[in-house]
Design a protein around this ligand. Structure first.
Ligand code: PLP
Length: 400
């Protein structure tokens, strides 16, 4: 069979292949500490599940409008307006089967073949995959270490803008580093977008996963509402990654194109599940606070224990559920400086399964530090503690 050429340009989410390896390791009877995948072991709040079941029993089992049920679009616009200080209405919202489909649909709606798209590296691997799949040129921008934390390299971004640059992808808060833009950084990004007439995907998958500090959005900066599409997801805030519901939120003319893409792809997102997230947005908010508190305790444990390992430097983000420690010195001491060897040795010797920096794109020229990514959303505090203690012991033994 001759597979179409464009498929060769598709990438993948490499964390899923790490999952498969970890599962194979576990099937041989060994304990695995699954720090590799940003999935959640927290149940979806009961009121959301009950509302979805009720809708199913009430017969909300047929097709619904391609952009979602109007009650949900209205409720989501109101919810986002409250946190973003924006003026969206239902016409600005297209419900999607997850946040991820917004990436490809944004690119399909706004990029022509040969256009250049700036995207974060390290970053969520689907950006590069979708840009190249649809015939664009993926242009990475990096993150720089400043005072122990990683910040988007906006100067490098500015230098890489050419007359062919059409789109800018910003993931804020950022997977894998946990970095969240300051107001000043958001304003600089907005300035660049306006000056160079770029359309922006603001991937806000972790916007509502916030432990301290205030949430800020690029869409709220003056001049950005007209050129920004928000990737919104219900997956993380309501611990419902497997339900597959999210939304594209942005200017009506782009949302109309995305609606046509919905008709061509999935027809509509799951009908009765939309009543579940409608309850999530408008009903009792205490389960959401419970999810954040659970994640906060995990973050604090993981960050404290990682920082106690000699040669590991771990910034503690106020948002997301990822830690991205600089492990350069620890790994040099353990003679493990090749990323894949490091990851596999750690898995085999300790059961700790992690992603490395390379699961988020090829390292850029200026990079000379080594990073691992720990997701703590899928493990309880005792398992997090046990896993990191095992890693600490292993590194101590390799050093002596
Ligand atoms: N964007 C980023 C940065 C993510 O990390 C993820 C999921 O991990 C998504 C988008 C997609 O989320 P969803 O599960 O809603 O498709």
């Amino acid at each position: 069979m001759q597979i179409a050429e464009r498929v060769c340009r598709l990438g993948t989410e490499t964390a899923f292949s790490v999952s498969a390896e970890a599962a194979a390791f576990a099937s041989s009877g060994k304990t695995v500490y699954p720090f590799h995948l940003g999935d959640m072991n927290i149940p979806t709040p009961g009121n959301i599940a009950e509302a979805a079941i009720k809708a199913m029993m009430d017969g909300k089992t047929g097709y619904c409008p391609p952009c979602g049920i109007v009650e949900l679009r209205e409720a989501l616009a109101a919810d986002v307006n409250a946190s973003h200080n924006t003026s969206y209405s239902a016409a600005n919202v297209a419900i999607q089967p997850g946040g991820k489909p917004v990436i490809g649909k944004f690119i399909l709606a706004l990029m022509n073949a040969g256009d250049e798209v700036l995207y974060p590296n390290p970053g969520y691997p689907i950006y590069e995959s979708q840009i190249e799949f649809h015939g664009g040129r993926a242009v990475p921008y990096g993150y720089l270490q400043r005072d122990g934390e990683l910040r988007p390299d906006i100067d490098a971004m500015a230098r890489r803008i050419t007359p062919r640059t059409r789109l800018l992808i910003v993931n804020d808060p950022h997977n894998p580093t946990g970095a969240a833009c300051t107001q000043e950084e958001l304003e600089r990004l907005a300035e660049l977008a306006i000056e160079h007439d770029l359309y922006v995907l603001a991937d806000e998958a972790y916007f509502d996963i916030r432990y301290e500090g205030t949430r800020k959005s690029l869409a709220s900066v003056p001049g950005m509402l007209e050129r920004c599409v928000i990737l919104y997801t219900f997956s993380k805030k309501f611990a419902m990654t497997g339900w597959r519901l999210g939304a594209a939120i942005g200017p009506k003319d782009v949302i109309d194109v995305i609606a046509t893409l919905n008709v061509n792809d999935e027809s509509c997102s799951n009908h009765f599940a939309q009543y579940g997230v409608l309850e999530g947005l408008t009903g009792d908010q205490s389960p959401v606070r419970g999810i954040i508190e659970t994640l906060r305790q995990r973050r604090d444990t993981a960050s404290r224990l990682l920082n106690a390992i000699p040669g590991v430097h771990c910034f503690t983000p106020q948002t997301t559920f990822y830690l991205f420690p600089d492990v350069t010195e620890a790994m040099q001491k353990a003679s493990l400086t090749d990323y894949e060897r490091m990851r596999l040795t750690i898995l085999q010797e300790t059961g700790v399964s992690v992603c490395t920096r390379l699961h988020f794109g090829r390292a850029l020229a200026h990079e000379d530090r080594l990073y691992l990514r720990f997701a703590y959303s899928g493990m309880d505090v005792p398992d997090i503690a046990e896993g990191i203690a095992g890693l600490a012991h292993f590194l101590e033994m390799r050093d002596s």
